[in-house]
Write a protein that binds this ligand. Structure first.
Ligand code: SF4
Ligand code: SF4
Length: 370
């Protein structure tokens, strides 16, 4: 069987995670993954074997949930090594110790990407859902560095930490990490409920990029922004050499996502299964999924707002997954990151949600005092 080329697939090994990040795009984060349940390793490997048979991959991204919470993660790495597929890993780092990092060193791992959202424990804990995770991530990153495993640092930039980006980068620098993914918060799944609280404005993102710039220009950090920033919202060219990408769905750079339930999706943030297949084990020829309209038609639709824009063919309106989660359709409007500045209704909805959240916080404080 001739395999078809696919840049990458994100393998969501497990629905379980030891953190509960407010910005998590997993739909099942609310119940800790129980609605998805545990996938037997043999079933997971059967799905992955089918993908490896059907597609010629540049690499895979192993993620979750927390991938190191899966008991057979190293059996998966063995399979990927045997198939000569390079591995990238997204982890919160909290379960990584020296023994695990030393074992990982033996594999063709391009990097492990870990996230720090604050320069100190309190705000990080607030964003990732509990105390102790800040120190655990730092320990995980140190163990990886000690054992010579490449680390990419990530900062999920939200309304709460955009003004702290320079301090967070200083911490990554101190840890010896020089490659950084700035991930602008894009609401999806569990985090859709936190859109008002976390979605940064364009001014807040501008502050974040201004703070990042000296680290990219003068201190040798290689930086990219891993979520689209529509160029009509922020003049991204000002921030070179920080690299800005756009949504890769429907291009040769697309990273598909295999959910822990067996669905193959357009990306980790998207809801729907390509070709309507509830589990790829039920599909006769996976290669045909690349011809499904979810992929081939994706770039043909453009939000009416974007008609005539010179950036339309690359930007396409920004993150369609976030538009679907927040506004109900991938392409009826552009990305909510931009739309909050254009549409009075969305702006009022977000303001209203923020006001309600802040008065309920105040009420909780008064209850404690009383
Ligand atoms: S395509 Fe739409 S969102 Fe992107 S830059 Fe143009 S108008 Fe803005
Ligand atoms: S819809 Fe596009 S931009 Fe949004 S997360 Fe998916 S791949 Fe990225």
């Amino acid at each position: 069987m001739d395999r078809r080329k696919v840049s990458s697939i994100a393998l969501e090994l497990t629905a379980y995670c030891n953190q509960k990040c407010a910005y998590c795009y997993n739909e099942w984060r609310d119940d800790g993954g129980q609605s998805i349940g545990y996938t037997e390793s043999e079933k997971l490997f059967a799905r992955i074997d089918r993908l490896l048979e059907a597609f010629e991959l540049d690499h895979v991204t192993v993620t979750g949930g927390e991938p190191f919470a899966h008991k057979d993660v190293f059996r998966l790495f063995d399979r990927l090594e045997a198939a000569k597929v390079p591995i990238q890993i997204i982890s919160n780092g909290g379960l990584i110790d020296d023994a695990l990092a030393a074992r990982l060193k033996g594999y063709d791992v391009r990097y492990v990407q870990c996230t720090l959202n604050a320069p100190s424990a309190e705000l990080h804990a607030d964003l990732v859902g509990g105390d102790g995770h800040f120190e655990a991530t730092l320990e995980g990153v140190r163990a990886l560095k000690r054992n010579g495993v490449p680390v990419v640092g990530c900062v999920v930039v939200t309304k709460k930490n955009a003004h702290l980006v320079s301090d967070i980068l200083a911490l990554w620098h101190e840890l010896g990490v020089r490659q950084i993914a700035m991930s602008r918060f894009s609401p999806a799944g569990y985090a859709t409920r936190a859109v008002a609280e976390l979605l940064p404005t364009r001014d807040e993102m501008t502050v974040a990029f201004e703070q990042a710039l000296p680290w990219a220009r003068e201190r040798g950090m290689r930086m990219s922004c891993t979520m689209p920033i529509p160029p009509c919202a922020v003049e991204t060219e000002r921030f070179a050499p920080i690299k800005f990408g756009s949504c890769p769905i429907g291009t040769s750079m697309q990273e598909l996502a295999l959910g822990p339930d067996g669905k193959l999706k357009n990306c980790t943030l998207h809801k729907t299964a390509i070709g309507g297949a509830a589990d790829i084990l039920e599909v006769d020829d996976l290669r045909a999924l690349l011809d499904a309209p979810e992929i081939t038609e994706y770039r043909k639709r453009l939000p009416a707002f974007c008609e005539g824009c010179i950036h339309a063919s690359s930007c396409g309106g920004g993150c369609g997954a976030a538009a679907e989660w927040v506004l109900g359709d991938t392409k009826a409007t552009p990305d909510p990151f931009l739309w909050q500045h254009i549409d009075d209704e969305l702006a009022a909805r977000l303001e209203d949600e923020r006001t309600r959240a802040s008065s309920s916080k105040q009420r909780r404080r008064l209850d404690v005092v009383a």
